[in-house]
Design a protein around this ligand. Structure first.
Ligand code: HSE
Length: 418
């Protein structure tokens, strides 16, 4: 492509991220990037630009041969997939920020790129402005990784920070995160850890070559968190953070999960506050790395979109090289973790202990039966995940995921005979 003439961009979506990207380009005309057309869904919504700037049919942009590349930043995953896959079928170059769409359709999106020669980049879909996908895909393309973990959701981290620093209640803290433009249109995606789960699934493809089904990855959210949990963590000198983790297990398989976790000052995530995200990479030969940056907001996410546009311009595409590593996933079966649980009602907590097969002795002394700790299988947590959420039980992990030790056959027999 002639690098001297301005690149003509078709922008689909003009919400928080779209406006952030647009604004950055207005401030940097020297980049030679022009947003030629903008498509939005609703003709009635008040906009910051005159009505004649907008088209109300994204398909018109797809059909426009004068556009050099497309940027899709809408929040409807089904429509985003329709548009992105149609663009890839035309062999186009397109940038997307839609994590739910990418996580759910990654195998098809990779196949479409291979078949039709188009390119899709989606750095803005994971951890806002942190350049984590390109770091994993390109820089660590041939380095085996041991773990990739972190805070992948700005809104829930903002809520936890406000609750712990200012003693805010959950509801007002969430309303602030929404007002600041960090939360999804449906904030249950943030607070229920569905959003960071999508991001973990995307990173699993680039870090380990794993194409995971998001529904099979365990996610526990913070809808049930309260001041008592923040205080319990503080009594141990710890904080609660929602940690997404991809970990290589001692048996060589890779596990993935997203849960609240209690962690202390020795953790790189301890001081990652407000809407900031942090990602730790444990590489086989290069050792530990840590990246931190704003995980949500129009300008940080718009900046990641811009980085992808420039990368497309220079011919960059993801290599997906880790697919050759042939890692296998082990998501819940055969795995356990130490957890903390709380419910304001002792009866409800008792029910949760039954579900998770924890003994009555798991209840913490002096808590009137409302708080407990114990070791539970990830399979049981996965099985009761929805019931725990609906019952309002807060669950956080206290440590790393481990393999459930196999009981030798003789020991089992001896136990049965005893
Ligand atoms: N709602 C998301 C978050 C936006 O809070 O992290 C960025 O993906």
């Amino acid at each position: 492509m002639d690098d001297k003439r301005p690149l003509r961009i078709g922008l689909i979506g003009f919400g928080c991220v779209g406006q952030g990207f647009y604004d950055i380009l207005q401030r940097q005309p020297e980049l030679g990037l022009t947003i030629t057309r903008i498509a939005v869904k609703s003709p009635d919504k008040p906009r910051t630009l005159p009505a004649e700037r907008f088209s109300f049919r994204a398909d018109e942009l797809l059909a426009d041969p004068n556009l050099d590349l497309l940027v899709e930043v809408i929040d409807d995953p089904a429509e985003a997939f329709r548009l992105v896959s149609a663009a890839l079928r035309q062999g186009r170059r397109i940038v997307s920020a839609n994590k739910a769409m990418v996580a759910r359709h990654l195998p098809e999106l990779v196949a479409l790129q291979r078949e039709f020669g188009g390119t899709l980049l989606y750095e803005a879909a994971v951890c806002g402005s942190i350049p984590i996908i390109r770091t994993l895909d390109a820089y660590f393309s041939h380095e085996p990784l041991r773990a990739v973990s972190g805070i992948f959701n700005g809104s829930s981290n903002y809520v936890l920070t406000r609750m712990s620093e200012e003693g805010s209640d959950y509801g007002p803290a969430l309303a602030e995160a929404q007002a600041l433009g960090f939360a999804e249109t449906d904030p249950a995606l943030d607070m229920g850890a569905f959003d960071p789960r999508s991001k973990a699934v995307i990173l699993a493809a680039h870090a380990f070559g794993l194409l995971l089904n998001p529904d099979e990855v365990l996610n526990l959210g913070i809808e049930g968190v309260g001041a008592a949990d923040i205080a319990y963590a503080a009594s141990l000198g710890q904080k609660i953070k929602v940690i997404a983790g991809l970990y290589r297990l001692p048996n060589g398989r890779v596990t993935a999960l997203v849960t609240p976790q209690l962690l202390g000052p020795e953790s790189p995530f301890f001081n990652v506050e407000h809407e900031f995200n942090g990602v730790a990479i444990e590489a086989e030969y290069a050792g530990p790395h840590f990246l931190q940056g704003r995980g949500a907001g129009g300008h940080p996410t718009g900046s990641a979109v811009l980085a992808d546009v420039q990368a497309l311009r220079s011919g960059f595409r993801y290599g997906y090289t880790k697919q050759a590593a042939r890692f296998q996933a082990q998501l819940v079966e055969g795995l356990e973790v130490e957890v903390y649980l709380r419910h304001p009602s002792a009866a409800a907590l008792g029910q949760a202990l039954d579900w998770l097969r924890l003994p009555a002795q798991a209840v913490l002394p002096g808590t009137d039966g409302t708080q407990a700790t114990g070791s539970v299988g990830l399979a049981a947590l996965g099985q009761w995940r929805v019931a725990l959420r609906e019952a309002g039980v807060f669950v956080a992990r206290l440590g790393e995921v481990g393999l459930i030790p196999e009981v030798p056959a003789e020991a089992e027999t001896a136990h049965a005979l005893a």
